[in-house]
Each structure stands twice: as structure tokens, then as C-alpha cells.
Design a protein around this ligand. Structure first.
Ligand code: BQZ
Length: 690
């Protein structure tokens, strides 16, 4: 029901666009006002400490079936399984109050688990699996509901931190007494392994690519079981606290990882990466649920972690939900199943599915709630800006990189883009808006006057192709290289895109069709998620279609991804095998501005620096924006404690934002969806008490 016929789709684009050719060379401008689209539901802004803090309570509760494990001696009492001062969610901040134990959240995802070794770079299939399994030092998802005056990362496994007077050292205090889901203590042994044997080991890159540059080149020292310091060469790099949240500083269970690491007797790095395949059950986690079942291409089932280190302020150990399902399907199917009620959750992010999803959700008997948030889903086309060998280009690819480094070529690409039509080809209506690239409109650091927009004009596009030395010398409708480049052959550009999402494919096909109209030959390279990620990280592409992440929304997250501040930080320009960067002058200016932003503690100065960044980024087309639109959260109506105005993506994805560990189903609405009732995770899979 959501399929696009690519030829019809391209014809739509070409047909309409062909009649819209302008007759003169257009000047750059500022972007048009986005069509009005009021997000449904606004967050209730609170302080971080209103949501949760850390303290000892007089007594604790647990589900009856878990009590049976204590009674049989299989588990210590709950008091001994919790930290001295657990993380306490304040019931007063819960939209529907303290929860009741039971039921399941049934996710549907388009990814596939490679294994549980996040630290070896393995993907767990996305869609909330890794967000739930690997908890991190700080947390950012719930920040959408935190008042601006209190906006900084929330504590999580790191309970508190303080800066030295000179701002060069950060001292971090871990929660004390927390345990992994197999009972092993969580402490600085895990921090030391993450830092010394993953981050600082050049043979390893954890999932989502954290490196020492992610933490501003820090050095790390262990102080005691629950304290460590990070030292910097610039004062108060406060952004590092965001780089300690999901995707970056999420320590692994060193007691099971270490023996597999080559430094400690493991066979090889390859064997380390593959040491915990998806069939490994009960892999130790700090998350609320641990893996009890994996069926390839079918489902991953998780059961509650009996050592989970969070409670509600009435003393109930969290989570309330006993089980999590991740049905291994497609991202489009996630929307279909959520609105149909056979799934419980979806981030409605593929605009092609909006109309049908809205229609179904509007029906009186609809099993799911659908709520749109702000326009935080945006796509860009990124040029490979390296000309010194990153990604090992052949002659054809090298010729494109040389063109990519010519502003005239990048301007031609931007002027050729009919962004209005591209967005409307995904979904008609007030959803999509023209997106020039850079920081998103409507976000804290956005400044329209600093945003340069090269508007749609085929005539102007052709003018700049000529300025780049490209003309159609053989009359076949496609521009040629100059005679001394590849013998004056047609320019052949490839566009890498992810094949797991219809939206990515449609945008990529639209881009190819539009470039053809301007006389530029582009061929598609569609790859599934992991292969797409591997190709773009390795620089094996000319251009690629990319769904932007947090740095274009909040700026304070993944800030080092905004420019090539390190050899492997930028999305579209990394170092070659010799570690050399061939930055263009304006790229060096981007680097200087981003580094100044990271080092600044002056809010007014930071605003000005981001205006400078936005001007540099959009004027030089560091990325070529395509379209932006709002996402919608689809959640089954039986769930309680879903925070008002939860965006599908802002500081993180909704799987983090809604705080699933405090979501529950009221007893009278609970369904018997549990596949392994009354069980707990173990290395042998789901086990019952006694
Ligand atoms: C959300 C998300 C939770 C990764 C992934 C996937 C990977 C990317 C990105 C999104 C999926 C869902 O996004 O599309 O709605 O559930 O998982 O992690 O696109 O291919 O590498 O960055 O988050």
C-alpha cells in the first residue's frame, strides 16, 4: 500500500519540473518560510531532577514471579540487587502515575542483529534494541521535556560530575553498587576497558563510530571503583557531556568482553567482534531487558533484567513491562503493524506512509495514537570532498571528487534541485519543506539570515556546470568532462543511498531524475543499512543521500560531526590511509568555528559562532539539503506514561525519549502477549523460578 513506481515517480518529477524551467541565472537567497504545521501536543517543561534523581528508599517491591526466584534462592533479595542509591523516577512526574507490572511492548524493526558486541562495531538491528540494551554515562532522549534553563545532559550511569577550577579536568562519579544483568558489579573496570581497550585501540571502532576525537581528545584516568577523570587541552569542553550519552560512552560488560579481546588472550580482533552472535542469550546488559530468544529473520525477545538499577519513588523496581519484542521485518511494516494494532510502536518517518497511517489512526476503532512532532526528519545529499585517496577512488571517482571540490559544481547540483517537487513526491500537503542544508529551521541555533539557499533553476544549474568546465560536447544530453579528463567522456556520478527505506530510495531516484534534466548523469548505488554505513564511513562513494542526525537539530550533540575537526569525525571528508586531511580553505574555517563553539561557555558567543557556521556551511554547500518534514509517534493506546509532545527524534529517538522503563499497561488493559511469562534471562535463555 505504500509502494512507489520509481519510473512513474521520476516521470512525475521530470514532467512537472520540465515546465518550470527559469530563463535567467538566479542569485542565492534565504530559504522560503516553511508551510505552517503545528505539532500535536507540546511537552510539559520540567527540571531534570523532577524526572528522576538518586536516593535510597525505605523498601522496594518487585513482580511476584521475581519474588519466587528470591524465595528459591536463585536470586538475592531485591535490596541487594539494587545500588545503594538507585536511580529513582519521581511518580509525580509520570503522566499516569506509578505503573503496574506486566505485558509487553511489541516493536517491529527493519534492521537485523549482527551480534551483541556494540563495542566491536556490531549493529543490533536498531529500532530501539541497542538503545535499550546499552545504557550510557549520561542521557539526552528525555531532554525534549526539560526547561531550557536546566538544559544539559541528564545523569544516568554517571550519577554526577564536576569540573576543576581551570576547566581542564572533569571528575565523573558512577552510580555505586549497580550490577550487570548477570549480577557482576558495574564499576570503573568497565570504564577502563571501554576507554583503554576500545576507544584507544585503533583496531576497534564501536557502533556509531566513537573515537578519542568524539571526547575532544581527552585522556582518562581511573581514581577508584566509582570515580574517574577526563583531562582536556581546552577549558570546559562541556559538549563532552553530550558525547557521553547514547551512541558514545556506553560501557560494555568487561567481565565477558575482556577474555575475547586479543590484548587479554583473545584469538583476534575479528574473533572479538564476532564473539557474541545473536544466538548468545542472556548477554549481560545494564539495560532494563536482556535477550532470551533470537529467531533469525523472525524475532528477538527480551525479558526484564532483575538487577535493573532504577525504581519508581514508591519503591517499585523498574521496568514495569516484563517483556520486549523486536519483530524482524521492514521499516515500512513497522508503520503498518503499529496502525493495525499487531505492533505497538513506530516512528512514522517515511512520508509516503503518512496519508494511510493518518487515515487509519483517525478511525474510531483505531488501536493506536498518532501524534506529529516538529520537523526534525531531514535529508541531505553529501559530496565526497576528499581528493587525497580516502576510499581508494578509481580514475572516474577521482574526477568526480575533483569536481566536488569546485563550488561551481556544488552550486550546479543545488540549483538543479526542485526541492518543492522532491518533497511533494513523498507526500502532498503541509508536511515537507524546502531544506537548503545545515542547521534545521525552528531549532535553537538556526538563523534564517545566515542560511544561503540556491533556489531551483535549471538554467542557472547549467550555467554553473559550464563554470565547472562541463558542457555536452557530444550532444547526447549529458555533460562531458573536459578533453584532458577521462578523454572528455560523459561525467558519470554515483549516488549511494540506503535501500532499507522507501523514502531514501524515492529521494535518491528523484535526485537522479532531476540531475538528468540538468544534463548530469547520475547512477544509483542502493545498499542495505550496514553495507551503506560501511561504504560511507570508508569513503566509497561520490555523493550519498543521508538522513540527518542530532547535530543538525540540537548542535550540542555530535558537535564534532559538524566539521572535519578530526580525521574521522566528518560525514563527507575523512583522512586517507596515511592520516592526511586535504581540507579546503572554507572547511578549515568550519573546523575553527566548531572548535571555538566547543570551547566556548558564553551563550551569546555560541549563537554567533553557529550563525557563522550556518553561513559557511550553506554558502559553500558543505552538504546539499533536500527536504525536511515532521515525524509522528505511533503508540498502541493501551500504554500509559507516554510523555506529552514526545518527538520521534530530537536529542535522540523516541525509544529513548519516552523512557520505556517507566511505560506500563494498566492491569485491566493488559494482553497475554508475553511469550515467556514468569521467566528471567540467563545464558541458557528464559528460566523460571526453582
Ligand atoms: C529509530 C532508530 C532507533 C541509524 C536507524 C537506522 C540505521 C542508522 C538510525 C528509527 C532506525 C529507525 O534508525 O529508522 O526510526 O527507530 O532506528 O535507533 O536508520 O540504519 O544507521 O543511525 O538510527
Amino acid at each position: 500500500m505504500f509502494k512507489h513506481k520509481s519510473s512513474a515517480f521520476a516521470a512525475l518529477l521530470l514532467g512537472v519540473s520540465a515546465t518550470a524551467v527559469s530563463a535567467q541565472v538566479l542569485e542565492p537567497t534565504t530559504p522560503p518560510q516553511a508551510p505552517n504545521f503545528d505539532a500535536q501536543g507540546e511537552p510539559i517543561f520540567v527540571k531534570r531532577s523532577d524526572i528522576y534523581d538518586y536516593r535510597a528508599l525505605d523498601s522496594y517491591n518487585e513482580p511476584d514471579f521475581v519474588q519466587a526466584f528470591v524465595d528459591s534462592g536463585a536470586l538475592p533479595p531485591v535490596e541487594e540487587r539494587l545500588p545503594n542509591e538507585p536511580l529513582v523516577y519521581n511518580v509525580a512526574n509520570m503522566p499516569d502515575g506509578a505503573g503496574e507490572y506486566g505485558d509487553v511492548m511489541r516493536h517491529v524493526i527493519g534492521g537485523r542483529p549482527e551480534g551483541w558486541n556494540f563495542w566491536g562495531g556490531q549493529s543490533q538491528g536498531w529500532g530501539g534494541i541497542d538503545i535499550g540494551l546499552t545504557e550510557c554515562l549520561t542521557r539526552t532522549g528525555p531532554l525534549f521535556t526539560v526547561e531550557p534553563s536546566d538544559l544539559e545532559p541528564m545523569p544516568n550511569l554517571a550519577k554526577s560530575w564536576e569540573w576543576s577550577d581551570d576547566g581542564m579536568t572533569l571528575t565523573v562519579h558512577l552510580i555505586e553498587g549497580a550490577k550487570w544483568s548477570d549480577g557482576d558489579p558495574f564499576d570503573t573496570e568497565d570504564i577502563a576497558f571501554y576507554w583503554d581497550d576500545v576507544i584507544m585501540d585503533s583496531e576497534l571502532t564501536p557502533l556509531m563510530g566513537a573515537s578519542q576525537a568524539t571526547y575532544n581528545g581527552a585522556t582518562l584516568d581511573i581514581v577508584d571503583d566509582y570515580t574517574f577523570t577526563m583531562s582536556f587541552d581546552t577549558a570546559f569542553p562541556e559538549a563532552v557531556l553530550y558525547a557521553m550519552a547514547y551512541g558514545n560512552f556506553c560501557p560494555g560488560p568487561s567481565h565477558v568482553l575482556k577474555p575475547e579481546h586479543p590484548k587479554y588472550g583473545g584469538e583476534s580482533y575479528e574473533s572479538f567482534r564476532n564473539a557474541f552472535p545473536p544466538e548468545t542469550l542472556g548477554f549481560p546488559v545494564m539495560g532494563a531487558w536482556a535477550v532470551v530468544e533470537y529467531r533469525s529473520d523472525d524475532i528477538v525477545v527480551l525479558r526484564r533484567n532483575p538487577y535493573y538499577w532504577k525504581v519508581d519513588s514508591e519503591g517499585n523496581q523498574l521496568p514495569y513491562l516484563n517483556e520486549m519484542h523486536y519483530r524482524l521485518s521492514t521499516w515500512a511494516d513497522r508503520d503498518v503493524q503499529a496502525v493495525a494494532g499487531t505492533g505497538d510502536f513506530s516512528n512514522l518517518e517515511q512520508a509516503e506512509n503518512y496519508v494511510e497511517s493518518l487515515r487509519r489512526a483517525a478511525e474510531a476503532d483505531s488501536p493506536a495514537r498518532l501524534a506529529f512532532g516538529p520537523r526534525t526528519i531531514g535529508y541531505s545529499a553529501l559530496p565526497n570532498l576528499s581528493a587525497n585517496g580516502w576510499g581508494d577512488p578509481d580514475d572516474r571517482a577521482q574526477a568526480i571528487r575533483d569536481l566536488n571540490r569546485d563550488i561551481n559544481f556544488r552550486k550546479a547540483i543545488s540549483y538543479a534541485l526542485d526541492r518543492q517537487r522532491l518533497g511533494e513526491s513523498l507526500v502532498k500537503g503541509p508536511f515537507t519543506t524546502i531544506y537548503p542544508g545545515g542547521i534545521y529551521a525552528g531549532t535553537s541555533f538556526y538563523d534564517a539570515d545566515s542560511t544561503v539557499y540556491y533556489p531551483y533553476s535549471v538554467e542557472t544549474a547549467k550555467h554553473f556546470l559550464e563554470e565547472a568546465g562541463l558542457v555536452d560536447t557530444d550532444g547526447n544530453g549529458f555533460v562531458n568532462h573536459p578533453a584532458d579528463v577521462l578523454g572528455g567522456a560523459d561525467v558519470q556520478m554515483t549516488l549511494l543511498a540506503q535501500s532499507d527505506y522507501q523514502t531514501d530510495k524515492n529521494l535518491a531516484e528523484g535526485f537522479v531524475a532531476i540531475m538528468e534534466e540538468a544534463g548530469l548523469k547520475v547512477t544509483l548505488n542502493l545498499l542495505p543499512g550496514k553495507d551503506y554505513d560501511d561504504a560511507r564511513y570508508a569513503g566509497r562513494y561520490d555523493w550519498y543521500v543521508y538522513r540527518n542526525t542530532a547535530e543538525m537539530i540540537t548542535v550540542v550533540q555530535q558537535t564534532t560531526q559538524l566539521a572535519p575537526v578530526g580525521p574521522t569525525t566528518a560525514l563527507q571528508h575523512r583522512a586517507n590511509d596515511a592520516g592526511e586531511m586535504d581540507l579546503l580553505p572554507w572547511e578549515q574555517e568550519l573546523v575553527d568555528v566548531v572548535n571555538a563553539f566547543i570551547a566556548s561557555r558564553d551563550p551569546a558567543e555560541r549563537v554567533e559562532l553557529m550563525k557563522r557556521y550556518q553561513k559557511l556551511h550553506t554558502e559553500n554547500l558543505y552538504s546539499v539539503g533536500l527536504t525536511a518534514y515532521p515525524g509522528a509517534l505511533i503508540i498502541n493506546k493501551r500504554f500509559a506514561n507516554i510523555p506529552a509532545g514526545a518527538p520521534i527524534f530530537m536529542y535522540n529517538w523516541a525509544e529513548d525519549n519516552i523512557m520505556r522503563e517507566r511505560v506500563y499497561v494498566p492491569t485491566d488493559a493488559q494482553q497475554d502477549y508475553e511469550l515467556h511469562p514468569n521467566t528471567l534471562p540467563s545464558s541458557d535463555g528464559p528460566v523460571t523460578a526453582g
